[in-house]
Design a binder for this molecule. Structure first.
Ligand SMILES: CC(C)(COP(=O)(O)OP(=O)(O)OC[C@H]1O[C@@H](n2cnc3c(N)ncnc32)[C@H](O)[C@@H]1OP(=O)(O)O)[C@@H](O)C(=O)NCCC(=O)NCCS
Length: 328
């Protein structure tokens, strides 16, 4: 089987209109702008309104990626939506995107891997294109984290946010744009980053809701240690696999997890934080939507030209992690 090259032909994103500043959070939680900025790097974030759901952001993000690529919705072969906050378990959010964008012939599915979901989905999507199984693959990362946040838990309520980003993949001539390396990992863990309720182990009951099992639980310090170590290894190991040095990268588009984690990981991997594209200050941590929203911002800011080496990486609940190094 011969492999094609693959390129990101267009990107798009969509954020909720409602801006929530640190000052807004000071009014409802025992926290401060100074604490949030110094511990996370976040100044404000976007939160969905009560009647908005994940597909309300996923569909416009997908539409913008198709428009940027000049791709007719009728030509999309496959759609993958990475999310841990689907509109509902069934139908899939990919199905809602298919209907919302009128992707007449597309197949698709949701991919669940928490914050690492979009980068995993991008790797899966590039493999559809490289092997010739599909030509136009729309990959979306979308979340409404505020629907699964414990709004009285100051450690998580200040970090997570809502939105969606998307990328359209297409074949590229051999030797031009392509995937140079990708990494992945999984360490089954039910202590560090959890959302236990609503599945078959803890079905939704009055008791499960009283115990807040339908909301995110995070062990902050363990998450911090896991994130720094994983982030740094993904940089060095993915670059090693591709036979390049981290200094050769034009841009790193990391999960916008938390500024202290990003800085500590870059120091550990001996790469300048300046290599990272950052929008966490205004967007916050949008889980699976974080990398594609940042990628779209980077593209629209003119940060990438064809031929540049760009590394995307993410990690989170599972615990799981993923990276992909592209020649743009
Ligand atoms: C959450 C995090 C910022 C907390 O910072 P920390 O220095 O580890 O702080 P600790 O958890 O030890 O808590 C220190 C104190 O700050 C308090 N604190 C937590 N959140 C706070 C907030 N928003 N405002 C003010 N104080 C807060 C804690 O209650 C604790 O108080 P105590 O000492 O009286 O018990 C940090 O653990 C972290 O960044 N973890 C990773 C989170 C993340 O990125 N998650 C996303 C993964 S995808």
């Amino acid at each position: 089987m011969s492999l094609h090259g693959v390129r990101i032909a267009g990107t798009g994103s969509c954020l909720p209109e409602r801006v929530v500043t640190n000052a807004d959070l000071e009014k409802r939680l025992d926290t401060s702008d100074e604490w949030i900025r110094s511990r996370t790097g976040i100044g404000e974030r976007r939160w969905a309104s009560e009647d908005e759901a994940t597909s309300d952001f996923a569909i416009p993000a997908g539409r913008r990626a198709l428009e940027a690529a000049g791709c007719d919705p009728a030509d999309v072969d496959f759609v993958i939506c990475a999310t841990l906050t689907p509109d509902m378990p069934m139908p899939s959010t990919a199905g809602l995107i298919q209907r919302g964008l009128n992707l007449e012939k597309a197949g698709g599915f949701d991919l669940s891997s928490a914050c690492a979901g979009f980068v995993h989905a991008l790797t899966v999507g590039t493999n559809y294109v490289r092997t010739g199984s599909a030509k136009n693959v729309l990959v979306v990362g979308a979340e409404t984290m505020t629907k699964v946040l414990d709004h009285s838990d100051r450690a998580t309520a200040v970090i997570f946010a809502d939105g969606a980003g998307a990328a359209l993949l297409q074949p590229a001539p051999a030797g031009e744009s392509d995937v140079l390396a990708s990494r992945y990992g999984l360490r089954g863990d039910d202590e560090v980053l959890l959302l236990k309720g609503g599945g078959s182990r803890y079905p939704t009951t009055h008791e499960s809701v009283d115990e807040k099992l339908h909301l995110i639980f995070m062990e902050g310090r363990a998450t911090f240690r896991f994130a720094v170590k994983t982030f740094a290894s993904l940089i060095t190991e993915t670059c090693d696999d591709a036979g390049i040095a981290p200094q050769d990268l034009k841009l790193i588009v990391p999960h916008q997890v938390n500024m202290r984690i990003i800085e500590a990981a870059c120091t550990r991997a001996k790469v300048s934080t300046d290599k990272c594209f950052l929008n966490i200050e205004t967007v916050g941590n949008t889980s699976a939507a974080s990398v594609p929203i940042a990628l779209d911002d980077a593209v629209r800011a003119g940060k990438l030209e064809r031929g540049d080496l760009v590394l995307m990486l993410a990690f989170g609940g599972g615990l799981s992690w993923s990276s992909i190094l592209l020649r743009w």
